[in-house]
Design a binder for this molecule. Structure first.
Ligand code: SF4
Length: 292
């Protein structure tokens, strides 16, 4: 192990060991922060994907007996279990929901720009063969959200953003803080569970038997399963293809039939491959495109 990796491990251990807060203390902390923030706003809302993080925020709000409206971005490409869970939790928790719909579909984006396979960091290498994922998110999620909030009367929007989810989210929270004003949407944003770790989140779910979407129970090595668009090709370097092929063979086939077989194999071989050729290869080796 290199010196850098060892140093990174030590830092992580230090953070986990010394900054770990007892679960009851963490719940009290988050609850009191939400309570204090809500006192300052008249019309709050919460963006919710019905994943474990946003549902946790809704759970905190229910502890405060607040039925704050949910804003759900329905891309039309969520996993089937997500839609089932959404229906159930709205009924069981008596939630109020606003649905935000994109103007275009995922296939419309793919037709014009290609599949979203690169993260924002790869923008320099963007040659319109593949779309950097944040553009796809812009069409399907961000722009519809922005348009909705710019017309709505909400003055605060909460979400389930957590620092431990990714380096980008950690940076966002570090840069703007948990509560900040977004000039773009002209609204305040609040990330109440920003400091809740993965371990703490699981402990809270376990202790309070909070319901969650069944997608989290589909486990596979190398995959951190989460809610989101089933058709997302961004994480193809992890065995996303294998995950889809195993648990959702019909959706896997739909994606490949829409041209992803050729796009993925071309990327893998670094040379253009026709859709017919790619599909023929898959007949004998279905695992060929399990990951890049
Ligand atoms: S998660 Fe993936 S498929 Fe969904 S909007 Fe973002 S980039 Fe597009």
């Amino acid at each position: 192990m290199s010196f850098c990796s060892r140093r990174r491990l030590c830092v992580r251990f230090f953070l986990l060991y010394f900054l770990y807060v007892d679960i009851s203390a963490r719940i009290k902390l988050v609850t009191s922060e939400i309570f204090e923030v809500l006192k300052k706003f008249k019309k709050p809302a919460i963006t919710c994907s019905y994943g474990k993080d946003s549902i946790l925020v809704v759970w905190f709000l229910r502890r405060l007996a607040r039925n704050i409206p949910i804003v759900f971005s329905n891309t039309g490409f969520e996993y089937p279990e997500l839609y089932q869970f959404r229906r159930q939790i709205i009924k069981d928790w008596n939630l109020t929901e606003h649905v935000v719909l994109p103007k275009h579909t995922f296939w419309w984006i793919v037709e014009r720009h290609g599949f979203p396979m690169y993260s924002k960091g790869r923008i320099a290498g963007y040659d319109r063969k593949f779309l950097p994922a944040h553009y796809c998110c812009l069409y399907l999620k961000k722009r519809p959200f922005n348009q909705f909030f710019s017309k709505s009367k909400f003055d605060l929007v909460m979400d389930g953003l957590r620092a431990q989810e990714s380096d980008l989210r950690r940076y966002t929270i570090w840069k703007y803080g948990k509560l900040h004003y977004s000039k773009q949407n002209r609204i305040f944003k609040f990330h109440p569970i920003a400091k809740v770790t993965n371990k703490e989140r699981e402990e809270i779910y376990e202790k309070y038997k909070i319901p969650y979407c069944k997608i989290y129970d589909y486990r596979m090595e190398g995959i951190q399963n989460r809610t989101g668009c089933w058709c997302c090709t961004l994480n193809w370097k992890y065995p996303k293809g294998k995950f889809l092929r195993t648990f959702y063979p019909k959706l896997w086939k739909i994606l490949l039939d829409h041209g992803f077989a050729s796009a993925c194999l071309s990327e893998k071989l670094q040379s253009p491959v026709s859709q017919e050729y790619a599909m023929t290869q898959l007949e004998t080796r279905p695992c060929l495109l399990d990951q890049l």
